[in-house]
Design a protein around this ligand. Structure first.
Ligand SMILES: O=C(O)C(=O)Cc1ccccc1
Length: 315
């Protein structure tokens, strides 16, 4: 049976573009649109699909709350891939609608946040409504008796639902990009490629001075670069946070594995989210900035040295 992949639907979302990028051989039948981010996680967990794609963070808006909440608190899944997609927003309406007619605009919360400047200049009196995705907004606008006059979505979504463009390139930042992750059930990790990322959630032990520094130090002293650090409430009352961390490297790399062991010792709990090939930014195989003393060979040599010291070998 062919593999099937869930994604934040319906057809025409940026998430679908990310899935096409991550699984270029998948056919339309292999792609399973879901109604929300939580539904993608559930489809992967239940085994209804082999994997799923959800948005994780945007270069302008930051983290996607529902995705992070599922990763932190939901039944565990592994991240086994990632990619980044440029996001360009357009305003689409039913044929015959002109800009002056637009009173109600629907879109995804992240798209709304990234088009606020354009909306306040060109549609200052329009009401805005958030829905589960940009393509869901386009589909809703196309429905008979639609509750909305226009959708902010990708050009491909507007065209897919038979709408026409009132404006294109309406995002406040032309270079906006969103990072998407590929989710799998537990099992084998992807092989190290030399240009990988490792994601985890650190739950600190009690609230005490330096608690976060203790975590960050585990990476710093082993020469592991971090690419994302985000604090999230644990849900257990005000003031309790966990830290979502992306680090360069694979858990199979000595320096990353040792950093994770260090974190395991200084934290109340650690949730390992995965090690996977890095595709969202530079994928150079031998990062030039990695200090020479943190290669796997350096760690192995240090381990041999410690064994000799422990054995009383002082030569
Ligand atoms: O709604 C979509 O099309 C998505 O894939 C989520 C999203 C929304 C806005 C920016 C990037 C991703």
């Amino acid at each position: 049976m062919p593999n099937r992949y869930a994604y934040l639907g319906p057809e025409g979302t940026f998430t679908e573009a990310a899935l096409r990028d991550l699984r270029p051989d998948a056919t339309e039948d292999d792609r399973v649109p879901c109604d929300g981010v939580a539904a993608v996680f559930d489809a992967v967990r239940s085994g209804a699909v082999d994997g799923g794609v959800v948005p994780l963070e945007n270069s302008v808006e930051g983290g996607v709350t529902t995705t992070i909440a599922e990763l932190v608190n939901g039944e565990p899944l592994l991240i086994t891939g990632e990619t980044a997609v440029p996001v360009e927003f357009a305003l689409f309406a039913r044929p015959g609608t002109v800009l002056e007619d637009v009173k109600r605009v629907a879109t995804h919360p992240h798209a709304l946040a990234q088009c606020r400047g354009w909306l306040s200049r060109r549609l200052p009196n329009a009401d805005t409504h958030t829905v589960s995705s940009t393509a869901a907004a386009a589909r809703a606008v196309a429905e008979p008796g639609a509750a909305y006059d226009a959708a902010i979505c990708a050009v491909i979504a507007g065209e897919r639902y038979g709408l026409h463009a009132l404006a294109t390139g309406i995002g406040d930042r032309a270079d906006a990009a969103t990072r998407f992750i590929y989710l799998s059930r537990g099992g084998a990790l992807p092989e190290p490629t030399g240009a990988d990322l490792t994601s985890l959630v650190a739950f600190i032990t009690d609230d005490h001075p330096g608690a976060l520094i203790e975590v960050l130090n585990q990476f710093a002293v082993r020469g592991v670069n971090l690419t994302r650090l985000e604090s999230r409430p644990t849900g257990d009352g005000l003031g309790n946070y966990c830290f979502c961390i992306d680090a360069e490297g694979h858990v199979a790399d000595a320096r990353v594995g040792e950093a994770l062991m260090g974190i395991r010792r200084v934290c109340r709990d650690v949730r390992f989210l995965g090690s996977y090939p890095r595709r969202s930014r530079g994928t150079e195989l031998d990062p030039p900035l990695r200090p020479r003393t943190t290669t796997d060979a350096d760690f192995a040599e240090a381990e041999r040295w410690l064994a000799r010291v422990r054995a009383g070998d002082i030569d």
